[in-house]
Design a protein around this ligand. Structure first.
Ligand SMILES: O=P(O)(O)O[C@@H]1[C@@H](OP(=O)(O)O)[C@H](OP(=O)(O)O)[C@H](O)[C@H](OP(=O)(O)O)[C@H]1OP(=O)(O)O
Ligand SMILES: Nc1ncnc2c1ncn2[C@@H]1O[C@H](COP(=O)(O)OP(=O)(O)OP(=O)(O)O)[C@@H](O)[C@H]1O
Length: 423
């Protein structure tokens, strides 16, 4: 689950656009909401319909791309206009290369499905390939409906895609501020569109991502979101658009009374740091990162600078830089290991067109600038507050679950009070 948070800051010679802050540690329940009845009842329109290629402004409602009340559908012939931008574990993201006004300056976020045998395969979040189960598997579970029933429109979402979008709209946006969150709008996609897009981007995807997941063939919607690697008005003459993507991870140490004694280490060492050791052990990374999320979300400019410098040295999947929408630093669709001298020099070189400074100083100035932008925006302070709403920790979620379903807590019965530290 993620949302995009963006902040723009004018700083001396150019503008810096801060992109993508993931809400890690926020979700203690994987449950979503419901949205009343757009979707299947709406007539569909193709992109090359003459009526559709003009007058787009009136074609977008709040949640779904419509033209005069009719849903627009992306077809096989539209696939060539979309190019690979990147991906995470759950979605592939494409940027738009065509000329349709509704899509210029947008990215399309397409849901993936784990391949058989991959660890995520069992998740109810993804449908199965069995068409018969389609609607059942893509709907919310009874518990999820119960959990969200009190939130406007949300207990009866016809699909998880709609529910996830509404979750961002109704839960995340009020928490972080509408100026910082982009819930996107849904657009219909045909299965032929998805198939061709998948084929077109195959060679750019990291092979381990290809092995882990494919485009979810059961999805008939994708999410259209502003391209946060460029400014909305496009690249103004003589100006550059620099975007920095940061995945800060969880910025506090949990202190939940539900954390068991055997897991008490997580009260002292960040989840990020422990994951680094695991990833090293599993050879997913060649070296551990010096990055510390506690620095990044500390609110202290000095510590933010330390965090950003560490991210530059070991970007992994936590740090990327885009120039006019093209990746100039970090890993495309995955992680990037330690920054070698060669990569560092190449970056210093690319910065020539945006930062006027002596050789060797441009990267230093750039990292300082990112620090300024992060600190001044106040965004991470707000993010930390939201992360800290998780007062139970994952170990307490089970207790909260039994509260929600109004049943005696099985975990308490099985564990006995004495095994829960601090209770
Ligand atoms: O659990 P974590 O902290 O490893 O985070 C996962 C991320 O791994 P990371 O350690 O950042 O490489 C993971 O990132 P990658 O796919 O490794 O880039 C996802 O962000 C995953 O989110 P979701 O389950 O797809 O919504 C993240 O899972 P959730 O924390 O959202 O469950
Ligand atoms: N609105 C956007 N503008 C520009 N680039 C974007 C946008 N959304 C996503 N991207 C790029 O696509 C990548 C993958 O997107 P995203 O993080 O949404 O995938 P995900 O699968 O949901 O992530 P996770 O691994 O957290 O599940 C991002 O790392 C970013 O580089």
């Amino acid at each position: 689950m993620l949302s995009f948070v963006s902040a723009t800051l004018s700083l001396s010679s150019f503008e810096l656009h801060l992109l993508t802050v993931e809400l890690v540690g926020l979700l203690i329940f994987a449950g979503f909401l419901r949205f009343c009845g757009l979707g299947s009842k709406i007539e569909r329109r193709k992109l090359d319909d003459p009526a559709v290629s003009t007058g787009w402004a009136s074609a977008i409602n709040n949640q779904e791309l419509l033209f005069w009340g009719m849903a627009v559908v992306l077809e096989k012939k539209d696939a060539g206009d979309w190019v690979y931008r990147g991906e995470g574990a759950a979605n592939i993201v494409l940027s738009y290369n065509g000329s349709s006004p509704a899509f210029v300056g947008k990215v399309l976020r397409i849901q993936k499905a784990p391949r058989n045998g991959s660890p995520r395969c069992e998740s109810p979040r993804y449908g199965s390939d069995n068409e018969d189960n389609h609607s059942a598997e893509l709907a919310l579970t009874t518990d999820e409906c119960l959990l969200w029933k009190e939130i406007e429109d949300l207990g009866s979402a016809p699909s998880r895609e709609i529910a996830e979008q509404l979750y961002v709209q109704h839960i995340i946006t009020p928490l972080l501020g509408s100026e910082h969150v982009d819930a996107g709008i849904r657009v219909h996609v045909s299965s032929e569109f998805l198939e061709l897009v998948e084929k077109n981007v195959l060679c750019q995807r990291p092979s381990w991502r290809v092995d882990a997941a494919k485009v979810n063939p059961l999805c008939d919607y994708a999410l259209l979101i502003s391209d946060h690697s460029i400014f909305p008005q496009g690249n103004l003459k003589g100006k550059f658009s620099i975007s920095v993507e940061i995945k800060p991870k969880c910025g506090f140490l949990p202190d939940s009374r539900f954390i068991s004694e055997e897991n008490a280490i997580k009260k002292r060492i960040t989840r990020f740091k422990m994951h680094q050791s695991l990833k090293l052990h599993q050879r997913e990374i060649s070296d551990t990162s010096e990055y510390d999320p506690l620095d990044m979300l500390s609110g202290s400019k000095e510590r933010v600078h330390k965090a950003i410098t560490a991210l530059f040295c070991t970007p992994q999947n936590n740090f990327r830089v885009f120039l006019n929408g093209s990746l100039i630093f970090g890993g495309l669709g995955g992680g990037a290991d330690i920054t070698s001298c060669m990569i560092g020099n190449a970056f210093e070189d690319v910065l020539k067109c945006v930062i006027q400074a002596d050789d060797g100083l441009r990267t230093t100035n750039f990292l300082q600038l990112v620090t300024e932008a992060v600190s001044r925006s106040g965004l991470l302070d707000r993010l930390l507050e939201v992360q800290k709403l998780d007062i139970f920790d994952i170990e307490g979620a089970i207790h909260a679950y039994y509260d929600v379903v109004s049943q005696p807590c099985i975990a308490c019965r099985d564990l006995g009070e004495d095994k829960l530290s601090g209770r």
